[in-house]
Each structure stands twice: as C-alpha cells, then as structure tokens.
Design a protein around this ligand. Structure first.
Ligand SMILES: [Ca+2]
Length: 247
C-alpha cells in the first residue's frame, strides 16, 4: 500500500488525553522499528484509528513498541498509554458544530419490521432506546445488509454521525456497519458514488450513543446511508448528523 504524506498528516499527537477518549479495543500489539513504521502499521491495518508508539529510550515499565486501537469518542474514561508512550489519533479536525442537520429530514430504510418502526423514528429528535417507546427505526434482516438512509435536503460538509443503539434488547445486532455519504440519491441513481465516512468494527454496546467522526475529516454530500452487517436486523433509535456548514 502506498503511503502518502496526507495519510501521515491525518494523525495528530494527542496532546490532551482529556479531549479524546478511546475504547479498549486493541487492534494490534506489535513491535515497531520506528515511529514511521508504527504509523504505517496503523494506516494499513483495518479498523486502526489510533496508535501509541513507545520508543526504547522513553519506555519506563510499559512495552516498547506499537499498539493500534479502534478509537471512538465516547464519554467514558480509559487509559491506554503505557509510561513513556506517545498517543496519536484521528481525526485532524477539531469539531465543535452542535446543530443536528438530520432531525426531521426524510428517511427511508430497506424494510420495516413492524408498522411503528419506520425510518423517520431515527430522526425524530428522541433518543429513547426502549423499543416500546416507538422511537426506534427497525428493519428486517437482509442478506446484503439492511440499510437506513436520510436525505439532508442539501449538501453538507459532514464531519460526524452520532448513532444511538437500541437499549432494551439485542444491542449486538448493530455491528460491522458502514456509514456512507452520497451526493446523489442511491435509490434513484444506482451508480451514485459512495463515500465512506466511517466503518464501525464489532458490535455497538446496547443502549449506547456513539460519535463516529468521519475518517477523512469531512465528507461532502446530501444523503447519509448506514448499512448493517448482512443478515441482521438494523435498529437505530436516533441518527444525528453534524456538518461544518450547518447554518
Ligand atoms: Ca428516535
């Protein structure tokens, strides 16, 4: 895999651990000949979004080497830095926008499990995670992966998507999903170009709300589609979309 300066710049040193919280999901734990080698290992390893690199000279008791993590911004604390380790993470852009541009917009999904589980329930500005609250969009399973899609009504420079998973049951069904962005509606334009904002690795915690920051920093488009792992129900109690041009 070619390694470009852009990829190198897509990581920045984590100068304040308070600003960025990681899950404990370790993607790899390996030796590294150099910082660049460690960076390359993360860039070329699926799901690696952060890494720590510890040089021989600065290691105290922690392992010398390179660890990669699947990083998400979640409001719980975790400490993954060994003494002497430097931590690097994506994304580069510090995101402060606060307006959810998806709320109330037109949503559709691949199928609807029960009559009240319609796609619009994921943009109804209600993050209640109990199925019986009737504020979750739920599909049937699909061999190609069930999907849910929102039309934002105009093009936005999307930076992150915030997903709320079902809380009363079956949270592990939401797993290994893609969040893609399109400029054209993929329902009416099958050849519409798909731009990946985020691939979620593993299952999301039941009842959790997680912020998924687009790997490339910003993805510009009008349609946001979430496609779940094949043969799973898709259960989304809320999907919030944040963008730079959210006026
Ligand atoms: Ca909802």
């Amino acid at each position: 895999m070619a390694f470009s300066p852009i990829q190198k710049r897509s990581f920045q040193q984590n100068v304040s651990l308070a600003d960025v919280i990681f899950t404990e999901d370790l993607v790899f734990d390996a030796g590294a000949r150099s910082h660049l080698h460690c960076l390359k290992t993360c860039v070329t390893t699926p799901c690696c979004r952060a890494y720590t690199y510890t040089r021989q000279s600065s290691a105290v008791r922690g392992r010398v080497g390179c660890r990669g993590y699947s990083a998400v911004m979640t409001p719980h604390t975790a400490s993954l830095s060994a003494p002497g380790a430097r931590t690097f993470y994506r994304p580069l852009v510090q995101q402060t926008e606060t307006k959810n541009v998806a709320v109330g917009k037109t949503a559709v999904q691949s199928s609807t499990y029960a009559s009240q589980d319609t796609a619009d329930k994921a943009v109804d500005n209600n993050t209640n995670t109990h199925y019986n609250a009737h504020s979750c969009a739920v599909t049937n399973p699909h061999s190609q992966g069930s999907w849910w899609q929102v039309d934002l009504g105009q093009s936005y420079d999307i930076t992150r998507v915030v997903i709320t998973n079902r809380g009363d049951c079956c949270g592990a069904r939401l797993r290994d999903f893609d969040v893609n962005v399109y400029t054209e509606n993929p329902m009416t334009t099958p050849a519409a170009m798909e731009m990946l904002c985020y691939h979620y690795c593993g299952s999301m915690t039941q009842g959790a709300t997680e912020e998924l920051h687009c790997d490339s920093g910003v993805v510009t488009g009008r349609y946001v589609r979430l496609t779940n792992a094949p043969n799973e129900y898709l259960q989304l109690c809320e999907v919030q979309v944040f963008a730079l041009n959210d006026e």
